[in-house]
Design a protein around this ligand. Structure first.
Ligand SMILES: [Zn+2]
Length: 422
């Protein structure tokens, strides 16, 4: 059976013997797992690409003016690159654990038990164990430090690449199912829950969400901030599983799932009808995480920038044209009025541009001055990288209380739902 599971567990997630945590699922449920592993759930890692891209865009809007022009210039690239860490999982076995942390592995009071600092956590649990059960909060602070160094070096390419990476890992920490061993509901007869929660629900209901995020702010303690995010995500797990079970009572296997057959395998996914019914229960939670994540991403970027001495980012790019400034102003207004979706300005919903800029990923010092063509009228802002006036090394050599909005109301209602989320 384990052999079967090896093939079925998606996305390089490490195979581990399930440790039953009675809080989330029962032994009775566990027995169903064995019968269901033959069905292959469709699962995407971390937030779906759609949500990650949305978070990248909203994070740019959540920045202060001193950073926003630079980030807006590179917004198309950020939106594109924010999914790169998930793509790396295919080729890099060390990548997968960076996206999650299975807190339930660490007992009934995991946040009390787990030292927040990496060295202390290693001393208590060993690096191997930490890597096995996920390292997302430490990866966030590590990448934040790398970004700080990239700002110090005035290395535009590194700044954008690391900002995208940081945005990705921070966003993953906002997903409840990234904090449990039962990450796909695979241990509780709820396989497929991961993709349902983080992809299908936001993709189907984005128009219902309030996407205006709060402005980012300086984080005195980024490590504490990301741990708060993880803890809050973990707190939502009970509802995530329980509501699925509750909604399931009104469905039969035929109405709850859809099945598709491809390459001799049967894939199972939650049906649209079930997704919508489940969304009525947990949609407020999905929106809450999607709304808070951009603020934390912007806060991490801002903190890295300030820690680097607040370098003048306008010197790293050619002056924005009048059109670019107007376009940003209009997008900010749409964002504030929650009109990005109806006005088709959400980049994740737009078709990706097929033409790539050849200078997109060049090192800062290698780059010729950017072409002076105007910004495109619609769609993704030009990702043209800009020359850094300050001489920078070809490659930044980098080493490896504001909060996530916890003080905001946790019960957020999607436009047309009673989320039932407590
Ligand atoms: Zn991820």
């Amino acid at each position: 059976m384990l052999v079967m599971k090896l093939k079925l567990v998606p996305n390089n997630r490490e195979i581990r013997a399930p440790t039953v945590t009675p809080h989330f699922y029962s032994m009775k449920k566990l027995s169903f797992t064995l019968a269901l592993v033959l069905l292959l759930p469709v699962l995407s890692p971390g937030w779906g690409f759609f949500a990650h891209k949305t978070i990248a865009q909203l994070a740019v809007y959540s920045l202060p003016g001193s950073m926003q022009g630079f980030y807006y210039r590179h917004m198309g690239e950020l939106v594109k690159k924010i999914t790169a860490p998930d793509e790396r999982r295919e080729s890099d076995p060390a990548e997968a654990p960076k996206h999650f942390i299975d807190m339930d592995h660490y007992g009934s009071d995991p946040f009390g038990a787990m030292p927040k600092e990496w060295d202390k956590a290693v001393a208590k649990y060993s690096a191997d164990t930490l890597r096995k059960y996920g390292t997302v909060p430490w990866v966030v602070t590590e990448v934040k430090e790398k970004l700080t160094e990239a700002f110090r070096q005035r290395d535009t390419v590194a700044i954008i690449t690391l900002s995208a990476d940081l945005g990705h890992y921070v966003s993953d920490a906002f997903v409840p199912l990234h904090t449990t061993e039962n990450y796909d509901g695979q241990l509780s007869n709820q396989a497929g829950l991961h993709s349902l929660w983080e992809s299908k629900l936001p993709e189907r209901h984005i128009a219902d969400y309030k996407l205006r995020s709060k402005p980012g702010s300086y984080l005195k303690d980024p490590q504490a901030a990301i741990w708060q995010v993880v803890q809050r995500s973990y707190g939502f797990l009970g509802a995530t599983f329980d509501m699925e079970e509750e909604v399931s009572r009104k469905y039969t296997p035929e109405t709850k799932y859809t099945y598709s057959h491809k390459y001799g395998k049967t894939r199972r996914a939650y049906s649209d009808a079930f997704a919508d019914a489940y969304h009525e229960k947990v949609g407020g939670m999905v929106m809450n995480r999607l709304q808070l994540a951009p603020t934390m991403v912007a806060s991490m970027w801002l903190t890295a920038w300030k820690d680097a001495g607040s370098p003048d980012l306008d010197l790293l790019m050619k002056k924005p044209s009048k059109e670019e400034k107007e376009k940003l102003a209009s997008e900010l207004k749409l964002w504030k009025d929650n009109q990005l979706v109806p006005q088709n300005q959400l980049l994740a919903m737009q078709k990706e541009k097929t033409v790539e800029r050849p200078d997109e990923i060049k090192s800062a010092v290698d780059m010729a001055p950017a072409p002076t063509e105007p910004e495109p009228a619609v769609a993704v802002p030009a990702p043209a990288a800009q020359p850094a006036p300050v001489a920078a090394p070809a490659k930044a050599k980098v080493k490896a209380k504001s909060d996530d909005g916890i003080k905001q109301k946790t019960k957020v209602k999607a436009a047309k739902t009673d989320d039932g989320w407590n």
